[in-house]
Design a protein around this ligand. Structure first.
Ligand code: AN7
Length: 326
């Protein structure tokens, strides 16, 4: 038995041809879990869509299965992306599975440990660009335009097509479209993907709460350290049309939400992934609310020093241990 791919579940809604080889790692079908403690705290019905449970630990895999499958079908032998880390980890894994090369441009000193480890392990060509993510993305697009590499950033429309399937799963899982949907807003590709997904599902659209870093260029949430969102116009129009809002968040607000997810719900995500919850807490919402948890906590172990208590050393002795626990 092979894995059930997104392409099989949503075959009629994705741009894949019947004969195409689908490059899949079993992405999608992620858990939608009820958040008891946070629901009580906020006075609403809060659900968490754990996109952190995708094969490489982030929502990017939904888009990457489609983008890499299409690149393969078109005869490409190499993909390229610029990335704050999760696109890199995903592109590296799916390219490896497809037998393709992956070239990855990283903003200097700005990608967390786990994501780098994933991309390196898959054998991707990693280049650290002396510059920001925004500069690296422009360079990746320019190189892709010369022909050998297919760009697998979300400027590639196949990425958005794949990512829209998360909206389908949420509507199916709840048996209805939620009243609000909150998620992090970096480049805006994912916001756009959810908007498209709910539009195609054709049963109403939730209010979108898009949590962005107030200080985009400096936030500790390195995944969304993006100054100039590639999808700003479309993403913000979709948010506005839904009656929702873009919510500018301080790092303290993001860290508080991140701690609440881990300590109150047992959901360990990377800091950027808490921006959806932070947006709900800041702006308020009502009814049935889905918070999208976009990436796994193990991606960014260094960040844990910001929330967790230090580890205490003890002798292997019951009295000393009891004292250590006091
Ligand atoms: C965990 O990997 O841009 O608003 O290069 O890794 O669609 O950009 C990652 C973005 C949210 C923002 N949560 O999504 C990349 C990259 C996590 C992320 C976002 C990202 P978009």
């Amino acid at each position: 038995m092979d894995v059930i791919t997104l392409a099989e579940r949503y075959r009629d809604r994705l741009p894949l041809e019947p004969g195409d080889r689908v490059v899949s790692l079993g992405e999608g079908s992620t858990p939608l879990v009820y958040a008891d403690a946070l629901s009580s705290e906020l006075g609403l019905d809060l659900w968490l869509k754990l996109e952190s449970m995708n094969p490489t630990g982030s929502f990017k895999d939904r888009g990457m299965t489609v983008a890499v499958s299409r690149a393969l079908a078109q005869g490409a032998t190499a993909v390229i992306c610029a990335s704050t880390g999760n696109t890199a980890a995903s592109a590296a894994a799916y390219a490896a599975r497809a037998g393709m090369e992956a070239a990855i441009l990283l903003p200097q000193g700005a990608v967390s440990l786990g994501k780098l480890a994933q991309a390196r392990a898959a054998g991707a060509r990693l280049l650290e660009v002396r510059g920001t993510f925004d500069q690296a993305l422009r360079a990746a697009s320019a190189l892709a335009a010369t022909g050998r590499h297919v760009l697998v950033n979300s400027l590639n429309p196949d990425r958005i097509e794949g990512q829209k399937t998360a909206a389908f799963e949420i509507a199916e899982g709840l048996g209805r479209v939620p009243d609000a949907l909150a998620l992090p807003y970096g480049g805006g590709g994912n916001t756009r993907a959810y908007a498209r997904g709910f539009t195609e599902w054709d049963a109403g659209t939730p209010r979108f709460l898009a949590g962005a870093a107030a200080r985009r260029g400096e936030t500790l949430a390195s995944a969304i350290r993006i100054v100039d969102p590639a999808h700003r116009a479309e993403a913000e129009t979709a948010v506005r049309d839904s009656g929702g809002a873009v919510v500018a968040l301080t790092d303290d607000e993001i860290v508080d939400a991140w701690r609440a997810l881990a300590e109150q719900e047992g959901v360990f995500c990377e800091p950027a992934s808490a921006a959806g919850l932070a947006a709900v807490r800041k702006l308020g919402a009502s009814g049935t609310v889905v918070v999208v948890v976009t990436g796994h906590g193990l991606k960014d172990p260094d960040a844990v020093d910001r929330i967790a208590a230090p580890i205490v050393g003890v002798d292997a002795d019951a009295d000393a241990i009891a004292e250590g626990l006091a």
